[in-house]
Design a protein around this ligand. Structure first.
Ligand code: C2E
Ligand code: CA
Ligand code: CA
Length: 582
């Protein structure tokens, strides 16, 4: 049947029923016969000045709609099924609309005694000049809907614990995420993992293991609010979806309650066992677009929770890194002001004589309670924030002061020097020659005992400035070493042009010399380049005796590395010199 109205239906204005009463009766009877022959509830509605009313209905309709025309009132407004709920609303709209037909399912079972119907309204004009009538028919789909529903709920339930499973969980989370008015941080997903479950399961057997899972799930339920959704998302992992009224605090409080309900041991058939859990939490927010992603974030935090032993909240990696940098910068500024940094000293050995030729001063930052932070981590932060300027000055001054202290303890100047690192940023921002002059004057150390180590990038970034700084240093009789040589892009031309005294061959080449022939060739090439330019060489990262011997044989001037000594506090460094050279 087509839903398009016949042309006549649209074009002809409605008029009052023009039929003689006996013809109307005959037609009414025919209408009733047709309706009665239908296997489904059906009725015909007509509109008169008092509103729509039911002109005819079959028994099936009378039953479903609890309609009885013998009571005298046929108005649609008196039939609950047609005047209330979603069906009532749709019918009123439809009667106004002029649409030929409208069909929908009513899933609001309550309005028809828990039944589910496919409902169809159709507009007809059986007689060319007669009034429009509306046919209402209902098809009962309750049985199909219920089968579907129970199949679905089986698909969505974890059969062991009776909790929703992962599919049900992610569907629910997706429903929450699809709400356009959802505010950032208004919901959280918690991932809860039973600690050491697989080991316990192996020991006690699968049946007791199942028993434990069920008991664990019950404890979780007892820690949650009725509105929280708990699901078993995988073997020994549970997911919780919770609405946050007071933000993150709510989620953390839930985590505390979960920890609390796990303090008592679990009593299984014939043993008692304590089970702890790890908890990871992720909040809905910008950038999180799916349940899977949210759950993954919570699981990421869960992993950290396992390491740390406390509930953890997921933070995007970027935010984490920025936060860490930012807080490190603040802490570092404080440490520099409070002179809380220290220097460690690592000897550079003259490979021909085996004697200490100098010590390299390396910054150390011990931050309680985290422990020492590597300069490889805090020097870049210092460079980015400009803190390298005060840090560098401090390192220079305190290295020279230490050397002066050692001289004094020795009674006369010691036969070795001091090497201090200089960052490219310092070269750009600080007045190096003046700072060095002041530090030498302040400590009374002569310029020829100081070596400044700078990396190739210092020269590549601003060759003119580097050149003038180096010339200034030469005037103070200070030596210059090029650090980490081989990793940057210094041109051989600049090596020749600039007053460089030492090349420090990067430890990535030195360390690989035994296994990697290319590394050996590179070291050999650097050594011969340096010797032809009249520059001394230091090999970094010598960790084994045979490397030192090989490098000595190849003509390398100095060696530095764990084989000789690790960086040490000042007093140990002086003691090291006394033992090996004294
Ligand atoms: P660097 O100047 O190349 O310093 C040598 C690094 O190699 C030191 O690491 C040292 O502990 C390490 N090392 C020495 N011998 C061996 C070895 O045999 N094997 C291995 N694997 N490593 C060895 P550290 O102290 O962690 O310093 C790292 C970097 O931080 C330094 O590299 C330097 O670039 C920077 N740095 C440290 N202190 C300062 C400072 O006061 N100022 C500036 N600007 N940079 C500094
Ligand atoms: Ca260095
Ligand atoms: Ca180096």
């Amino acid at each position: 049947m087509s839903d398009e109205p016949p042309a006549s239906l649209a074009a002809v204005p409605e008029v009052a029923d023009p039929l003689a009463p006996d013809v109307a009766r005959v037609l009414g009877h025919a209408r009733q016969v047709y309706l009665d022959a239908l296997p489904i509830p059906a009725a015909v509605v007509t509109i008169d000045p008092a509103g729509p009313y039911i002109e005819s209905a079959n028994d099936a309709f009378r039953n479903v709609a609890e309609f009885d025309e013998r009571l005298g009132d046929r108005r649609v407004s008196k039939v609950r099924l047609l005047s209330t709920g979603p069906i009532g609303r749709r019918l009123a709209e439809y009667l106004e609309s002029g649409e030929p037909a409208h069909q929908f399912e009513s899933s609001d079972g309550r309005s028809i005694g828990g039944r589910h119907f496919l409902i169809r309204f159709a507009r007809v004009r059986p007689l060319e000049y007669g009034p429009v009538r509306f046919v209402i028919s209902l098809i009962d789909r309750t049985a199909q809907v219920e089968t579907e529903r129970s199949l679905r709920s089986e698909m969505l339930l974890d059969s062991l614990t009776g909790l929703p499973n992962r599919l049900a969980f992610t569907e629910q989370v997706d429903r929450v995420l699809s709400d356009p008015s959802l505010a950032d941080g208004s919901y959280a997903v918690l991932a809860v993992d039973m600690e050491r479950f697989s080991r316990v399961n192996e020991c006690v057997g699968a049946i007791a293991g199942d028993e434990l899972l069920i008991a664990f799930a019950r404890r979780l339920v007892s820690a949650l609010r009725p509105t929280d959704m708990l699901a078993r998302t995988s073997g020994d992992e549970f997911g919780i979806l919770m609405k946050l009224d007071r933000g993150l605090a709510d989620a953390l409080r839930a985590a505390e309650r979960i920890k609390a309900v796990l303090t008592l041991p679990f009593r299984l058939t014939d043993l008692e066992i304590r089970i702890d859990c790890a908890i990871g939490c992720a909040l809905v927010g910008r950038g999180v677009s799916s349940a899977d992603e949210l759950l993954r974030n919570a699981q990421f935090a869960l992993k950290r929770s396992k390491r740390v032993g406390a509930a953890q909240v997921y933070e995007p990696v970027q935010a984490q890194a920025v936060r860490r940098r930012f807080s490190m910068e603040t802490e570092l500024r404080r440490a520099i002001e409070a002179e809380a940094l220290e220097l460690a000293f690592q000897p550079l050995i003259d490979l021909q004589t085996g004697k200490v030729s100098s010590f390299e001063a390396l910054a150390r930052w011990r931050q309680d309670p985290i422990g020492p932070i590597s300069p490889a981590e805090f020097i870049p932060v210092a460079e980015e924030s400009g803190l390298i300027v005060p840090l560098g000055r401090w390192a220079l001054e305190s290295a020279l002061r230490t050397l002066a202290d050692w001289d004094r303890a020795n009674g006369s100047p010691l036969p070795f020097g001091m090497s201090v690192n200089l960052s490219p940023i310092q070269i750009g921002r600080d007045n190096i020659a003046q700072v060095v002059f002041a530090a030498l004057a302040g400590s009374g150390i002569s310029g020829n005992r100081l070596t400044l180590e700078l990396t190739e990038s210092a020269i590549v970034q601003d060759p003119d400035r580097a050149s003038s700084v180096l010339t200034g240093l030469k005037k103070l009789d200070v030596k210059v070493a090029m650090d980490d040589f081989g990793t940057g892009f210094t041109s051989i031309g600049s090596l020749q042009r600039l007053p460089i005294d030492v090349l420090k061959i990067d430890r990535s080449f030195v360390g690989n010399m035994c296994e990697d022939e290319d590394a050996t060739s590179i070291v050999r090439a650097i050594l011969s380049l340096a010797s032809s330019l009249g520059i001394e060489t230091t090999a970094e990262g010598i960790e084994r005796a045979e490397l030192g011997d090989a490098l000595a044989e190849m003509g390398c001037t100095y060696g530095q590395g764990y084989h000789y000594a690790r960086p040490m506090p000042a007093d140990e460094a002086l003691a090291y010199w006394r033992e090996t050279n004294g």
